[in-house]
Design a protein around this ligand. Sequence first.
Ligand SMILES: Nc1ncnc2c1ncn2[C@@H]1O[C@H](COP(=O)(O)OP(=O)(O)OP(=O)(O)O)[C@@H](O)[C@H]1O
Ligand SMILES: [Mg+2]
Length: 267
Amino acid sequence: MTNTTNLNSTPTTTHTREPILKATNLVKTFGKVVGLDGVSLELFPGEVLAIIGDNGAGKSTLIKCLTGAEIPDEGRIELDGKPVHFKRPQDARSAGIETVYQNLAVSPALDVAANLFLGREERRKGILGSVFRVVDTKGMRKKAKAELLELGISTLQDVTVPVENLSGGQRQAVAVARAAAFGSKVVVLDEPTAALGVRESKQVLELVKNLRDKGIPVILISHNMPHVFEVADRIHIQRLGKCAATITPQSHSMTDAVAIMTGAQTA
Ligand SMILES: Nc1ncnc2c1ncn2[C@@H]1O[C@H](COP(=O)(O)OP(=O)(O)OP(=O)(O)O)[C@@H](O)[C@H]1O
Ligand SMILES: [Mg+2]
């Protein structure tokens, strides 16, 4: 199904709500290279927004600007309607934007529960925790179990298993679970299924759907069109540093999406 006159429209179902995250006219240059050339994006509650585009189209730069890893030269970013100026990834994280980078930020030697609480370890009650800084391993394991259960991650029965013993999909699940576990407002995934097998990819896609069903919107960068068309509510197409179009799986086919991405079809 092709509808070239409708390329920049947002579905009416999402129009009625305010965006959680809104970027307006972001510009980012690297010397003479223009990474982002006036890109705008809106992320609505409970939606999966995919970002697709050819190599060098500006996908990662866009994500980095939204998550504090890069500072845009120009433009505005608003979270919950308020302007934000992230200087570091930690700023975005504190504000509720959790990012799972492609090179998985999990620690292989630590167990599942320890990975979930990495950088946010909970201490034992009383003097043991406050003075001697003893971590509450038992408590964290219990919470980790509950969190995995709530996200529907059934393949990780034992939270005391070191992450290095897990499959790629399970590791990805741990990273996504960590992002979801701390009351995040937004979860950003950069190529989460790129290195995974069919079954593992399916698990991660299910997880993305579970996050959405919990009301947490997800931004998903992917080169995999079937994955994108399976989970995305809307698809932002980057081309040469600009947003070429925002489409939906209903308004356009995968062939259309690729054609817009490569410039064979114009918006
Ligand atoms: N730190 C940097 N220094 C110089 N140029 C950069 C830097 N980061 C990105 N660029 C350039 O900005 C443009 C956009 O790059 P970006 O990484 O955002 O593309 P991408 O869409 O993520 O591509 P890919 O699919 O290959 O990951 C490219 O031309 C890239 O070379
Ligand atoms: Mg990239």
